[in-house]
Ligand binder design. Structure first.
Ligand code: AP5
Ligand code: NA
Length: 345
């Protein structure tokens, strides 16, 4: 990074989760009726998973939570602390301490809402070869309330930011907070970025997703998420380019900034979809032996993208940095990195 950025330029809200990650046999997924690439919310029947992973599968504890992952990665690449601010809700326990420590050591400015009587959220990451299946037990993260954003200091942080990023995952928690941040972004003519996050968001939370969509300047998603959105909308197409074109054509409040969709497709090229154009950005394919786990690839992609976007770099540079960051974290467990970033513009 060359020039110094204003502190707090980027604000994100999401679910701070501690990932409990382990390699498991397919039978373990079957037992809990899960598939190898799921991202689901835990129901009562999933609750034993977390204990079982710790007791029987030498689970690793890693800082997770989609937005927090992306902001940590953005901070790593930027190298200047406190460019990004994060809001989310945790309990008052050891897991919250771990999350806080990991986020702060990455340079992220975290402002957690703390719920004393609820445990910090966790996410089971079930690794089977190069696939990962996620089961999130939101716990405290589900207790985030809008009054946290209305605290004077937090309010100032939101108002002073120049870029906003919220996951689709946060739609299950507190849509009013999302709408408030989105409205601030619109009033100040600042970019508001969002992620489709998981197929279940389009399947079960389409109403709040459509309510915020008119505010969304940039929408991220992977193939499965884009298809789930299209299916939930009844769009008669499975073509990712066509889905992207329809996503950018959905109603938008600020017509001066036409919506952009950025769709990732694993090791296939990233699609950048703007009004009438679709551009492809190649991904450097990793050999199977280089892949430690793909958990966090999508989050890291967004983190790399954001690190350049907040510097006013072109979309081309932002996407290339997204691919760089995703490629790096795939070679590490969870959404973690090693050493100094090597991205060359
Ligand atoms: P999640 O967000 O699902 O993981 P991810 O970051 O999306 O990782 P994926 O492997 O799913 O990537 P993707 O499919 O999105 O992207 P793609 O494959 O297209 O979950 C991670 C975190 O989510 C966890 O930490 C967890 O805590 C959190 N979480 C779960 N539930 C939550 C909830 N309810 N609320 C909040 N947080 C929650 O790839 C993207 C890019 O990666 C590509 O463009 C490319 O650059 C690169 N890439 C991918 N595959 C390859 C390859 N084979 N070779 C080279 N590059 C590759
Ligand atoms: Na993802």
């Amino acid at each position: 990074m060359t020039s110094t950025l204003q502190e707090g330029i980027l604000v994100g809200c999401g679910n701070p989760l501690l990932d409990i990650s382990a390699s498991v046999p397919m039978d373990f997924l079957k037992k809990y009726e899960m598939n190898e690439d799921d991202a689901i919310l835990a129901e009562e029947r999933h609750m034993p998973i977390y204990r079982e992973l710790v007791d029987g599968f030498q689970a690793e504890f890693l800082a997770g939570g989609s937005v927090q992952n992306s902001l940590r990665i953005a901070q790593w690449i930027l190298g200047q602390p406190k460019v990004a601010v994060f809001f989310g809700c945790v309990g008052e326990d050891e897991y919250a301490d771990i999350l806080m420590e990991k986020a702060r050591s990455a340079g992220l400015d975290v402002h957690y809402q703390i719920k004393k009587d609820v445990p910090t959220g966790t996410c089971a990451v079930l690794i089977t070869g190069t696939h990962r299946s996620l089961c999130a037990n939101l716990a405290a993260a589900n207790n985030f309330t809008i009054d946290h954003l209305d605290q004077p200091h937090n309010k100032t942080l939101v108002e002073n930011a120049l870029y906003y990023y919220i996951s689709g995952f946060f739609l299950t928690v507190n849509p009013p907070s999302i709408m408030q941040v989105a409205a601030t972004a619109l009033a100040k003519q600042r970019p508001f970025l969002m992620n489709l996050s998981a197929p279940f968001i389009s399947q079960f939370y389409m109403a709040p997703l459509l309510a915020v969509m008119p505010y969304v300047d940039i929408i991220f998603g992977n193939e499965a998420e884009a298809h789930a959105f299209a299916t939930a909308q009844g769009w008669p197409t499975e073509d990712l380019r066509e889905i992207g074109k329809r996503l950018v054509a959905l109603d938008k409040l600020n017509p001066a900034r036409p919506r952009i969709a950025i769709l990732t497709q694993g090791c296939d090229p990233v699609l950048l979809i703007q009004r009438d154009s679709v551009e492809e950005f190649p991904v450097t394919r990793l050999a199977v032996h280089e892949i430690v786990d793909t958990n966090g690839a999508g989050d890291a992609f967004v983190g790399g993208f954001l690190s350049q976007f907040v510097q006013g770099k072109s979309l081309d540079v932002c996407i290339r940095c997204g691919n760089y960051a995703a490629g790096h974290i795939i070679k590490n467990p969870g959404c973690t990195y090693t050493g100094e970033p090597q991205f060359v513009e």
